[in-house]
Design a protein around this ligand. Structure first.
Ligand code: NAD
Length: 505
């Protein structure tokens, strides 16, 4: 089979030049990917995808509905009972390893597509593609190691467990890390022998479609990985309420996660929820200040703050407060804004609605009398006067119950809280409904590990925010969801345990 034209297209420089000159990206698919082939939607409706750097549409994709979801789930069920079940674990591993190699081989094209679809800086998009390849490589090695146990009973009995694939898995993906988030759900599902139907976000459909095609190229049988594009209300809701879906991995906002859970309850479908966050970065008085400034800066301004685990709250010891805020403000003001393909200091946010949402949070904070140290306004690419950008923003000295502290803004907005002792630091850090990630900056080993124990978060980073990789489990507590992705833990979501006990005499 021949790959989509975009994957056969020239290298990065040619694609970028074409895009910047004409504003369109030719050669992208505009159908769903079902049963190993491109299929048009049952309805003929197409939706536009916009380049957030220019606010202009650059390509169209299919607006899927319940019938498209039905076709995809049926294909996934057939593949589960048929060719995928007959594929040995060792062969599954070889397919995943070939997928990793193909992602790397097509990294330039995938990075450009991700950059223009999501609006993320090209360097970050390249990093996301590399991380997706690494994810497939990691889980390729797990396929033939999913072993059960033998259980000692007595001389007359034999008991053992078998790990079986959970079945057909829905993967509902948000727009902030379209390819990397999909890879971290898809690769362990395939490693465990499951089949998958993916619903990418409506603003970032393309890398999921291209990944499905590359998986077929890697040898994945038809129907094992299907992608239906479209809105959450039409395609997403149909998928998570489908009676023939056995597991749902949902990554997105808390309100949608609640809806997904309600839909899953109707068929007692297993769910994993990766939801929002308002993660604290605690900087103790003995911290290495330049290291802490670097860490906090990256924690909030990478991907324009649109990261579930962004360090969106700086919880700082009073003696370092003024110095940290000053250093962060200087660096924030120095960030250049520009088209994501030109690798500016800060790229756009993903959509007009996201820009309005961030602006609303900051406007309301200003009206409450919160001190806006720097930034605070929606803006555009200074070179073109277009696009959906938001200035890098610092809100200072916030009260623990301030809405800017309590609510996820999901943009380049850092909220600063000040503490006087370690106990207060922990209370402030744990003082929201979210519990996804937390950072600690300190030179004291014992303080670091005491705080790691006391912070309520799925992951704690010490002296390097976002430390770790695919090997390290990731997920939230409380409103941030439940279940763990990444690492060997992720495989548990996609395996079910069967116990067999036999009488021998
Ligand atoms: P969202 O909840 O609006 O949408 C997420 C996905 O769900 C999209 O694909 C959307 O089309 C789909 N969807 C919408 N309504 C649906 C429904 N009724 N049924 C099924 N699917 C539906 O979230 P978003 O705005 O796209 O993403 C931002 C949110 O995602 C933030 O809250 C962020 O923190 C969170 N997030 C969490 C993680 C994590 O790992 N914990 C990672 C990335 C993003």
């Amino acid at each position: 089979m021949s790959l989509s034209a975009i994957l056969r297209a020239g290298q990065e420089a040619q694609l970028i030049a074409g895009l910047l000159a004409k504003g369109v990206l030719p050669g992208l698919p505009n159908g769903h990917y079902i049963d190993g082939a491109w299929v048009p939607g049952t309805g003929s409706a197409l939706m536009e995808s916009f380049d957030p750097s220019t606010a202009k549409a650059f390509a169209c994709f299919a607006a899927g509905d319940a019938q498209d979801v039905d076709r995809a789930v049926a294909a996934a069920r057939r593949a589960l009972a048929g060719p995928w079940r007959r594929t040995s674990p060792a062969e599954r591993g070889r397919i995943l390893a070939r997928a990793a190699a193909l992602i790397r081989a097509h990294a330039p094209q995938l990075a450009v597509v991700e950059c223009v679809d999501a609006g993320k800086r090209l360097a970050e998009a390249r990093g996301d593609v590399a991380s997706a390849a690494r994810t497939f490589e990691y889980y390729a090695g797990a396929c033939d190691k999913l072993q059960g146990h033998t259980i000692p009973l007595d001389a007359d009995h034999l008991a053992y467990t078998v790990l079986e694939p959970v079945g057909v898995c829905a993967q509902v993906v948000p727009w902030n890390y379209p390819l990397a988030t999909l890879a971290r759900g898809l690769a362990p599902a395939l490693a465990a022998g499951c089949t998958v139907v993916v619903k990418p976000a409506e603003t970032t459909p393309f890398t999921a479609l291209l990944l499905a095609e590359l998986l077929t190229e890697a040898g994945l049988p038809p129907g094992v990985c299907n992608v239906v594009t479209g809105t959450g209300v039409q395609a997403g809701a149909a998928l998570v309420s489908h009676p023939h879906v056995d597991h749902i991995t949902f990554t997105g906002s808390v309100p949608t996660g609640m809806e997904v859970m309600r839909a899953a309850a109707a068929h007692v479908t297993h769910v994993l929820l990766e939801l929002g966050g308002k993660s604290p970065v605690v900087v103790m008085a003995d911290a290495d200040v330049p290291q802490a400034v670097d860490g906090v800066f990256g924690a909030i301004f990478e991907n324009a703050g649109q990261i579930c685990s962004a360090g969106s709250r700086l919880v700082v010891a009073r003696p370092l407060h003024a110095q940290m805020v000053e250093a962060l403000a200087v660096r924030a003001q120095a960030l250049s804004l520009g088209h994501a393909l030109t690798d500016p200091g800060l790229g756009p946010v993903n959509s007009a609605s996201q820009m309005a949402r961030i602006a609303g949070h900051v406007d309301r904070a200003r009206q409450r009398g919160v001190q806006v140290v720097t930034g605070g306004r929606a803006t555009t690419d200074p070179a073109s006067g277009s696009g959906w950008f938001f200035e890098p923003t610092l809100l200072d000295s916030l009260a623990p119950d301030d809405p800017a502290v309590q609510q996820e803004i999901f943009g380049p907005v850092l909220c600063v809280q000040v503490f006087d002792d370690a106990e207060e630091a922990v209370a402030l850090a744990n003082g929201t409904d979210f519990a996804l990630a937390a950072g600690i900056y300190t030179r004291d080993f014992a303080t670091a590990h005491r705080m790691a124990r006391d912070l309520d978060a799925g992951q704690v980073y010490i002296n390097e925010y976002f430390a770790g990789g695919i090997e390290v489990p990731f997920g939230g507590n409380r409103r941030s969801g439940f279940g763990r992705e990444k690492g060997l833990e992720a495989l548990r979501n996609y395996c079910r345990v069967k116990s067999v006990a036999a009488r021998l005499s």
